[in-house]
Write a protein that binds this ligand. Sequence first.
Ligand code: AMP
Ligand code: GLY
Length: 425
Amino acid sequence: MGKKVLVIGGGGREHALCFKISKSPLVEKIYCAPGNAGTAEIAENVPIGPMEFDRLAEFAASNGIDLTVVGMDDPLVGGIVDVFTAKGLRIFGPAKNAAILEGSKAFSKDLMKKYGIPTAAYETFNNADDALKYLETAPMPTVLKADGLALGKGVLICKDLEEAKAGVKELMIDKQFGSAGDKIVIEEFMTGREVSVLSFVDGKHIKIMTSAQDHKRAKDNDEGLNTGGMGTFSPSPFYTKEVDKFCKEYIYQKTVDAMAKEGREFKGIIFFGLMLTAKGPRVLEYNARFGDPETQVVLPRMKNDIVEVFEACIDGTLDKIDLQFEDNAAVCVVLASDGYPEKYEKGFEIKGLENFAGAVDKFVFHAGTKSVDGKAVTSGGRVLGVTALGSDLKEARKNAYAATKLIDFSNKYMRNDIGKAIDEA
Ligand code: AMP
Ligand code: GLY
């Protein structure tokens, strides 16, 4: 009998996870809670929310789930892994005391400082008066970060004192991100290219996946508002052998060891958000989960059976896994609802999905979609992630943009410059 796997989440990342898990010969059936119209094609969607830990655990227990995989940050930071583990259920992801690596920016900065992991200089503040006073003499531009989770929006880059003061008001007084802003980190502004590096961790060992780069702004040329991510490419041509060597020496294993030394053994995914500065790579942030839409370009390039890797992380045997990626490239272009991330309309039928059926070099990962009367309709800001492979980045980009033309829905919007940086490599 094969395994039954439950994936928690309902975005593009979770569809990509279901897709990769479905390739495992070890797996008999996949469930996805809550899922979307895309996951429904390869998994059975379960109408339970990601924060309903007891109901999810009850579902896992009564349906004989062998392995649960958590895609999202909120349930991890909220302690879903502890709830499952206490009930004897196998789950892939960090326990609550380790997910704090993403859940608190102050915690992660203090950890890096204590263990000498390269990151931007910073100060932490518990009240607005102290923060405002500090800003009077702080170098500008400066970066304000809400301590807690804020849907990826709790980071403000402020070009001058006036903007920084307004930022402190927004985060700490007006509480735009609720209690996430009770504490803030004020950090040195750095410049350089950004790279996302995902890794598998088993508490002691770490295996690095191939690199990727995200495009966070809504509009071409990195203009417009910050979004969840408008597209990605993998690998990053800027993640050179030298960068890799530096990070292996000063960042990756050191982070895993630091967490273990703190009594917060980390099992799951560590996502290193890196900035390649003139002084060398620096950690911008840690996430305790797969990236979205990084997952949509990284997993289609992964050679291993991902379920074996998940199991090895849980069992502490990751050192036995030879993690391998194809020597190719992938580009993902997000098709969004025009107006995202602000106001947008939804509920439009999506046409052309059948063009991707059975394809091995192009995939459409659903994010904000749902099934209505057997038809996929738009139900969110980021609707689909169209991913294509190629022998190199340029070919992958050409293929991805060609594939976006196969899909149509009212108010379809995308960036036209995903992967433009490839030309500068
Ligand atoms: P984070 O959520 O910490 O990754 O921050 C979101 C984005 O803000 C990053 O992807 C960077 O583009 C930018 N950012 C964060 N910290 C800094 C920093 N210290 N200097 C410059 N940009 C930053
Ligand atoms: N793409 C960035 C993230 O998942 O946080």
